[in-house]
Design a protein around this ligand. Structure first.
Ligand code: NZQ
Ligand code: ZN
Length: 394
């Protein structure tokens, strides 16, 4: 028997399509909300008029709200503390995140912080396990992280540039309003970053040595191929509604657990390695992943040949000819070619950062601490492996 047992839990109600954001008031009210925190980023939702529409949707249902904007990509703990204080003072009982992964994650951390006493950072420092979380709703504006349905949240502590993730079922959003048209105002770079992240969430689960299921593989392979195809369409025509919709739904499916069922959950080291780049250099998440992936893949593939070969053939369309290693390396190269095609970097120089040897040592140390010493499924990596990958990815 190869398949692992699993529990599939995706309690998020998804309302998908045109004008979905207008349901914000109805959905919040149905959850019994009386006072909402509208949480958003650095201004795109103001410029697009989205925030105003969401405010109107809440008011139409007789709901009052307070607002906290200013979430930045790689969201910060400082604003989270402000949010917790505001929610307590205003007796907020639902947080509505209007934005992307950064805003949703910031909302999740505020929600943990309001629900229980104590410093919320303790959760990310592995000192306390939360048992409560305020309900969260989402109006999604970028297809990328899947945070709108995921159990994950990622936050950066300014002091020391510590970027940490934490997973717990209790933070999954209650509802997600997903209107693909809202993503048409994204800069092309962010669209490409989002597509990369979506594919990577699927690939992290795919490259595993712990169990598998054909149905999971078929879903994963189809999802990656579809996102590649749609990303190419969006690179030429960012206003293509259908392509926006395909990518947006793929984003949720890629990180709600579906594409990892029956396995050990996957590898996740590219994400962990990237997280240090995000914490230190504040780079966009998807671009950081693309910059590290090829180096990681070449470092680990010998320990996971079957999966890398399957990936090369079924996802990248490499003919099954010659020796396995050649097929695998062609598959990795083809993925890097795709990144370049959509404007993503394939190393740190192209990402715009130039870590010194000392910087690499520091990132490897922090990364090892964040994973408790060792992590990986395609190949288990320890601090010396992490250092080797950081150095080789420059
Ligand atoms: O802040 P605003 O002005 O809204 O601008 C944002 C931001 O500059 C802009 N943007 C978003 N929607 C837009 C738009 N601009 C124009 N039109 C729109 N419709 O895009 C920029 C990036 O936004 P951000 O929310 O940072 O992007 P993303 O969704 O990629 O989130 C990245 C964060 O999520 C974490 C990452 O580490 C990073 O901190 N992740 C969260 C995960 C999770 N919770 O499950 C999993 C991921 O692996 C990831 O680690
Ligand atoms: Zn990601």
């Amino acid at each position: 028997m190869n398949m692992r047992d699993f529990t599939f839990y995706t309690p998020t109600k998804v309302i998908f399509g045109k004008d979905a954001e207008n349901r914000a008031g109805v959905e919040a009210k149905a959850l019994g909300a009386t006072k909402v925190l509208l949480h958003y980023g650095s201004g795109s939702v103001i410029r697009s008029g989205l925030l105003k529409r969401v405010e109107e949707a809440l008011t139409a249902q007789g709901l009052s709200y307070v607002e906290l904007g200013g979430v930045v990509p790689n969201p910060r703990l400082g604003l989270v503390y402000e949010g917790i204080e505001l929610c307590r003072k205003e007796k907020v009982d639902l947080i509505l995140a209007v934005g992307g992964g950064s805003v949703i994650d910031s909302a999740k951390v505020i929600a943990y912080g309001v629900a229980e006493p104590g410093d919320v950072w303790e959760i990310f420092d592995y000192k306390r396990v939360p048992t409560a979380c305020l309900p969260i709703g989402v109006v999604l504006t970028i297809a990328a992280t899947g945070s709108e349905m995921s159990n994950s949240t990622v936050i950066t502590k300014e002091e020391g540039g510590l970027k940490r993730g934490y997973n717990n079922e209790i933070c999954r959003p209650k509802f997600a309003l997903m209107n693909p048209a809202l993503t048409m105002t994204l800069p092309d770079y962010q669209t490409a970053c989002g597509c990369t992240d979506i594919m990577m969430h699927t690939m992290e689960r795919y490259f595993s040595n712990g169990g598998n299921m054909e149905i999971t593989d078929a879903l994963a392979e189809g999802l990656i191929r579809t996102v590649m195809q749609q990303a190419r369409i969006l690179a030429k025509d960012p206003q293509d509604y259908d392509a926006r919709a395909e990518v947006m739904w793929a984003g949720s499916l890629a990180h709600n657990g579906l594409t990892g069922l029956g396995t050990d959950g996957g590898d996740w080291m590219p994400h962990k390695l990237q997280m240090e780049l995000g914490g230190k250099y504040d780079v966009a998440h998807g671009a950081g992943l693309a910059a590290i992936w090829g180096t990681w893949a070449r470092y680990v593939y010998r320990d996971c040949m079957d999966r890398f070969k399957k990936f090369a053939i079924r996802v990248m369309g490499i003919p099954d000819e010659g020796d396995d290693e050649a097929v695998i390396l062609k598959g990795i190269e083809a993925m890097e070619d795709f990144y370049r095609e959509i404007g993503m970097p394939t190393n740190m120089r192209e990402l715009g950062v130039e870590p010194t040897d000392e910087d690499c040592v520091e990132m490897a140390k922090k990364c090892a601490v964040s994973v408790g010493g060792a992590k990986g499924s395609a190949k288990v990596l320890r601090e010396p492996d992490m250092l080797a990958i950081y150095k080789a990815a420059r």
